[in-house]
Design a protein around this ligand. Sequence first.
Ligand code: GLY
Length: 365
Amino acid sequence: MNDTVLHVGGAAPYDVVVGRGLAEHLPAVLGTSVQRVALLYAEPLHHLAQQALDVLVAHYDVLALALPDGERAKTSSVAHECWEALGEAGFTRSDAVVTFGGGATTDVGGFVAASWLRGVRVVHMPSTLLAMVDAAVGGKTGINTGAGKNLVGAFHEPAGVLCDLALLDTLPSEEISAGLGEVVKCGFIADPTILDLAESDPGAAQDSTSAVLRELVERAIQVKIDVVVADLKETGGADGHPGREVLNYGHTLAHAIERATDYEIRHGEAVALGCVYVAEVARRAGLIDDDLAARHARAFAAVGLATTWSGAAFDELLATMAVDKKSRGSQLRLVVLHGLADPRILAGPSEDHLREAYAALGGAR
Ligand code: GLY
């Protein structure tokens, strides 16, 4: 099957390519002015990254830097080691970074590229479904500090994104399901065809070699592209649309659950729970009907995700939600639906609704 090219417009346009076996596209995306390339890859993926490395060494002076896996990569000391390595190798403004890994690799690699000489080209090769449909697109980069996640970072749009679906063939099924959590979220906020596809063929939806999964990935990326083109820096949308904040549908409770579980739960799993929860809040507030609320649990369950959870006391979760970055001033802000694909902001939701919705999710009020 041919590759699909999804174009991201705006001040710094680029393409997101979806297909299989995409490493050979790297030179075309990096361009001819680049002489040195730093390949920043998640260390456990060194076998998978080899193909990209082989293509790069045939065209450029390559510096391959292995990063710790997952969130352990998103520290100032890892960024510092990368900066030192770029300095020793004499990286100039016309050189480039390629990231190869999941969302954490994309975030820290993007941040290194954003900060080196105030910004060099970066191309992302996301290796997880979650990173393909979220972190790799839209230019958010960052690292964590002791006070929280993503507190240091920059907007730095990539020069291109290569979503090689062959990289998903060896991904554990739980990781596919977790990635589908963000995909299904996109179905509720913007593209209901995603829900139809996932519900009508759940097996294919979870199969990295299927045309269904490919269509789901492409549709979810298109949702993200449309959102970031309209509101790259999350300053807000028009006509009541939340703008980029819409991508945080389900994320307020999700972040609280992630924190309560010490990040043991996968992000996409927490997002599924957060979406089911916030739909219940919206139903209780009279914003959506019973069918749409119930469809949340059905759609996430169809892609193999849990839709009930009771792992923490509500007061603990509420305390985290109150300091979540989605709350501004003293009011909690939630992205809610007013109907399918009709997202809005609900500022200052009723605490009773928040509590009751948690009980409906299976938790203790
Ligand atoms: N992951 C949310 C965003 O890119 O805005």
